[in-house]
Design a protein around this ligand. Structure first.
Ligand SMILES: Cc1cc2nc3c(=O)[nH]c(=O)nc-3n(C[C@H](O)[C@H](O)[C@H](O)COP(=O)(O)OP(=O)(O)OC[C@H]3O[C@@H](n4cnc5c(N)ncnc54)[C@H](O)[C@@H]3O)c2cc1C
Length: 459
């Protein structure tokens, strides 16, 4: 007999993983329903499988550095479908002044490469001697990076990394919310280089490898058949608890719980896990708490376009010897970066074809996603052609446009989160899942859902 009723709003990975964790932890003791407004599940995880290509619409993998994600994959019974990126995709590049430069992970090699000017390289090494910031004030990623490694390295190395991960503007995003590890490195070790040396020594003593300043290392990992395989699998596990297509219109507080309005029906639940994007959660919760609703509406999002193009290999002159490349904003291109999917996950393109996944838009170039799909594909082709030595037109293409794709943890995000948490505590039995709060990627999203379910008490 079920003792407690929980509603989960949103059938993206946040909602589906929360559903799985509830089922796994409470079994029959909890009666839960996942409401999803679309005809398909997965949210930003979507897929097209056609003509031998596998096209991930949004995320194309997760970093295998988070034990909880791997445990989750194991518990849902999908470990045998894990598909780690190919070893041939290890090299990464940055585009500057008309050519691709390798970011060599070995410091001596990197410093000898000429990606940065001599002055820029000396300034980078001088990071060792820059004193740590004294106060606890919030700082943008750009300000932190310029202060520590110099303006040139901030613009050439950090800025494209920020657009690659967040589709964001490094001048706007808050260091402590986006890269807490970097902030801690300065706080705990006095600087990034000092921290890396120390962490390397500690890791070596434990027989492991340490990561870069943005966090521990990891390999991009997907599933056989593409990332959507995970959604299809969760769908089969949670079949009986899924209600879709079913758009939730409002959540209202009642004496005995929360009333959910959906598809011209209403049902009352003891607890609600809201896993919709924060600008939607804001509307859904407007009748429950005005302040919470206002705080949620203030989290900005950036828009992105994903242009996937397949070419017969004899139309590509450049050897595809790595993961792909990122482009700093100061190179004045529309493309933010392009990854070589057919090298990273060879099964995602037919034999004899290269598949490129090119990102455009982001916080500094939002307007471009309003262009037609044809125009976006044309721009991608035009900008990639000289870099990759492309001859002729793509043999396959698919463009996906994501308006309000990725939440932006701008300066003040941490403070906003504290206020959101205070409101949630006061209201009680409303939980906010999803990637708008404590990490934008799949690992953090799954972890947040796990922590929410662990916090639920049914006795
Ligand atoms: C282009 C792109 C590339 C990315 N690449 C990566 C990557 O490579 N690696 C990585 O780790 N992360 C990546 N991410 C981030 C990753 O997609 C997110 O972390 C994750 O998918 C967020 O899941 P979610 O469930 O929180 O939100 P969503 O996926 O947005 O799901 C929310 C769900 O709520 C539903 N919904 C909305 N309103 C209602 C309503 N009123 N009633 C019911 N349902 C509703 C929506 O239809 C949707 O299904 C990428 C994101 C994008 C956009």
């Amino acid at each position: 007999m079920s003792e407690r009723k929980i509603a989960i709003i949103g059938g993206g990975i946040a909602g589906l993983s929360a559903g799985f964790f509830i089922k796994d932890r409470f079994g029959e003791q909890v009666d839960f329903t996942v409401f999803e407004k679309e005809k398909r599940l997965g949210g930003t995880i979507g897929i097209t499988r056609e003509d031998g290509f596998i096209i991930d619409w949004g995320p194309n993998g997760f970093l295998d550095r988070e034990p909880l994600t791997l445990e989750f994959v194991d518990r849902i019974g999908l470990s045998d479908k894990l598909y780690p990126s190919d070893r041939k995709s290890e090299r990464r590049f940055i585009y500057r002044n008309g050519k691709l430069w390798e970011i060599n992970p070995k410091p001596q090699r990197f410093l000898g490469s000429g990606l940065l000017s001599l002055r820029g390289r000396l300034r980078l090494v001088g990071e060792m001697f820059i004193p740590p910031k004294k106060d606890d004030s919030s700082e943008s990623i750009h300000d932190f990076a310029s202060r520590r490694i110099g303006r040139e390295a901030a613009e050439i190395l950090i800025d494209p990394m920020v657009s690659g991960i967040f589709g964001g503007d490094s001048h706007e995003l808050e260091l402590g919310s986006c890269f807490p590890v970097m902030e801690e490195m300065e706080k705990n070790y006095g600087g990034l280089i000092r921290a890396m040396i120390k962490r390397k020594k500690e890791a070596r003593a434990r027989g492991k490898t340490s990561g870069g300043p943005a966090g521990p290392s990891g390999h991009l990992t997907s599933f056989k058949g593409g990332l959507y395989t995970m959604i299809e699998h969760l769908e089969s596990l949670l079949k009986e608890q899924l209600e879709y297509p079913s758009e939730v219109k409002l959540i209202a507080r009642e004496d005995d719980g929360y009333k959910i309005d959906f598809n011209q029906s209403q049902e009352t639940f003891d607890e609600v896990i809201v896993s919709t994007p924060s600008y939607i959660s804001s509307g859904l919760l407007s009748g429950v708490d005005q302040e919470l609703s206002q705080l949620l509406s203030e989290i900005p999002y950036s828009s992105l376009a994903v242009v996937c193009q397949g070419y017969k290999l004899d139309k590509v002159d450049r050897p595809l010897d790595g993961f792909g490349f990122l482009i700093p904003h100061n190179q004045n291109m529309d493309v933010l970066g392009s990854i070589w999917t057919s090298v990273i996950f060879p099964e995602q393109a037919p034999d004899g074809y290269a598949l490129f996944r090119t990102m455009m838009g982001g916080a500094k170039n939002e307007e471009i996603v309003k262009e037609s799909k044809e125009s976006l594909a044309r721009i991608a082709r035009k900008e990639l052609a000289p870099i990759l030595g492309l001859k002729g037109e793509p043999d396959y293409q698919k463009v996906i446009i994501w308006e309000r794709a990725i939440p932006q943890y701008v300066i003040g995000h941490r403070k906003r989160l504290e206020r959101i948490n205070r409101r949630l505590k006061e209201i009680g039995n409303i939980h906010l899942a999803g990637n708008a709060f404590t990490g934008i990627g799949l690992n953090d999203t799954i972890k947040r859902s796990y922590n929410i379910v662990e916090s639920i008490r049914i006795d």
